[in-house]
Write a protein that binds this ligand. Structure first.
Ligand SMILES: NC(=O)c1ccc[n+]([C@@H]2O[C@H](COP(=O)([O-])OP(=O)(O)OC[C@H]3O[C@@H](n4cnc5c(N)ncnc54)[C@H](O)[C@@H]3O)[C@@H](O)[C@H]2O)c1
Length: 457
């Protein structure tokens, strides 16, 4: 394929050399004359393992060149990669000026081009950039996105120092696109690159790199805080983390990685608190570990706010225990939400087929006695009755019996704390706690009519 690369720094130089190695014809462009000259002399613009040989080979094979002439670069290619820098501005915002400048230049250059052009954003950019780049190109070219050109998001995952190796062996290849043709082209382009090829929504691809890097940073500071606690206790933290990493079911695994409601139960809250207190007693500062509990509390507050925002008085809570399939109510986060709603005077009703108030014993009974002493008055074992009676249905666990709520009870407000539904075509109003709207029904967009008196301060 014929490819142009805008920006010949770390990402652009490695991409250009590797794509040439894979058999494509690549033309690089940079505002730096020096970088363009270096590529044309068969020399890399950066210092990296294996890159000298690759650029030299690419140049000798005739598959790699560079030019300052943007029209030439665009005319000679079907895909243009944007690999320019995205530095932080003074206030920490991302400066996307370089990206938009290149988009404008590419737009002008494709004005007279007959063939379809794909622009791929390789730089790290925030969600929404792809759309804006498309608008700039459309404006500058007078052409139409989807018909004459498209913009895909193809974030780069390489790490400096091992960038050539990472390019050929990435953890995965990610394309965010709204064009089937572009997806096909990219599958073909990357067919010799190892790892899974994933085509997804544009915004999903755009945010991915930030999610990855923030998680990597979180891993590092978590391991460091654990290390600091271990050191204060005379424990070898490397032995601890080695064993930690061997648990591939719960620790290094997809488990717990589903956005949703707060955690609860008798172990996580208690054990996090114990480790935090242990660190404190040994004068070890653990700001990340200390932040876990406030973040969890915030998630309960978010659930409360969503429920209250529906402006209805009767609230049906479907599931009270801390997870499906148990009657354990200790530290169940929805009990806290129910307690506040009940205290505020909402007409709260609760359904949980596993909970029998009369059979609660020990700490379970004590917990409920402290939080919801009148539970026996508001709990029912009739799911239909509660769904009929309440305007807002709050789904708190993934029991199968809640799966057909939208069909059975149209026109209710459903608040989903566990992603019970994948996608919906629901007549009523649906809101998930931590994901964008998945209800495609137009009824969703109608403003909610509030039938509760509110006090304005
Ligand atoms: N370096 C990494 O390890 C890495 C890894 C993944 C993603 N990224 C992301 O990729 C992007 C590029 O990073 P980098 O490290 O390669 O940056 P870099 O600064 O090394 O290279 C950017 C290049 O773009 C050029 N440039 C600027 N404006 C231009 C224009 N209008 N036309 C043509 N060229 C132009 C600059 O002269 C420079 O050579 C950033 O968004 C970065 O966050 C970097």
């Amino acid at each position: 394929m014929n490819i142009s690369i805008f920006g010949l720094g770390y990402v652009g130089c490695v991409g250009a050399a590797c794509l040439a190695k894979l058999g494509h014809h690549v033309i690089g462009n940079d505002i730096s004359e020096n970088k363009v000259r270096l590529i044309n002399e068969g020399k890399p613009t950066i210092i990296e393992a294996d890159i000298d040989e690759l650029v030299k080979e690419g140049r000798e094979s005739g598959r790699l060149e560079a030019s300052m002439d943007i029209q030439y670069v665009v005319d000679k290619s079907d895909i243009s990669f944007i690999c320019v820098g995205t530095p932080s501005g003074k206030q920490g915002h991302l400066n996307l000026d370089y990206i938009y400048n290149v988009a404008r230049q590419i737009g002008k250059a494709i004005r007279h081009k007959e063939s379809f052009h794909i622009v791929a954003i390789r730089s790290t950019v925030l969600p929404g950039t792809n759309k804006r780049v498309g608008e700039i190109i459309a404006e500058a070219s007078g052409k139409q996105r989807g018909r004459d050109f498209t913009v895909v998001s193809n974030p780069e995952f390489l790490r400096e120092g091992t960038s050539v190796e990472d390019y050929i062996n990435p953890p995965l290849t990610l394309i965010g696109t709204d064009s089937e043709d572009a997806e096909k082209t990219f599958r073909e382009l990357y067919k010799d690159i190892h790892g899974e090829f994933i085509a997804t929504d544009i915004e999903v691809a755009e945010i991915m790199k930030y999610v990855n890097n923030t998680y990597h940073a979180l891993k590092i500071v978590f391991a460091n805080e654990v290390g600091n606690i271990c050191k204060s206790l005379g424990i070898d933290s490397h032995k601890v983390m080695e064993i930690f990493c061997k648990d591939r079911q719960l620790n290094i695994s997809p488990y717990y990685f589903k956005p949703g409601f707060a955690y609860g139960g008798s172990c996580l809250p208690k054990d996090c608190k114990a480790l935090r207190t242990l660190a404190h007693d040994h004068y070890v500062k653990t700001p990340v570990i200390n932040a876990i509990d406030p973040s969890n509390e915030l998630q309960k507050k978010i659930a409360m706010d969503i429920i209250e925002s529906k402006g209805r008085k009767s609230i049906g809570i479907l599931g009270l225990s801390f997870k499906a399939g148990t009657d354990d109510l200790r530290n169940s986060p929805i009990v806290d939400v129910a307690e506040v709603l009940y205290g505020k005077g909402y007409d709260v009703r609760i359904y949980d087929r596993n909970v029998r108030v009369s059979q609660l014993t020990g700490t379970n009974a004590d917990f409920i006695q402290a939080k919801l002493p009148r539970l026996y008055q508001i709990i029912t074992d009739d799911l239909d009755e509660i769904c009929q009676a309440c305007d807002v249905l709050v789904v708190t666990n993934k029991e199968k019996e809640f799966a057909d709520l939208p069909e059975k009870y149209p026109h209710k407000c459903i608040v989903d704390l566990v992603r019970q539904f994948k996608a919906l075509d629901y007549e009523g109003n649906y809101e998930g706690i931590s994901w964008a709207n998945i209800n495609n029904n137009a009824a969703q967009d109608q403003p909610i009519e509030r039938n509760m008196l509110t006090t304005e301060y």
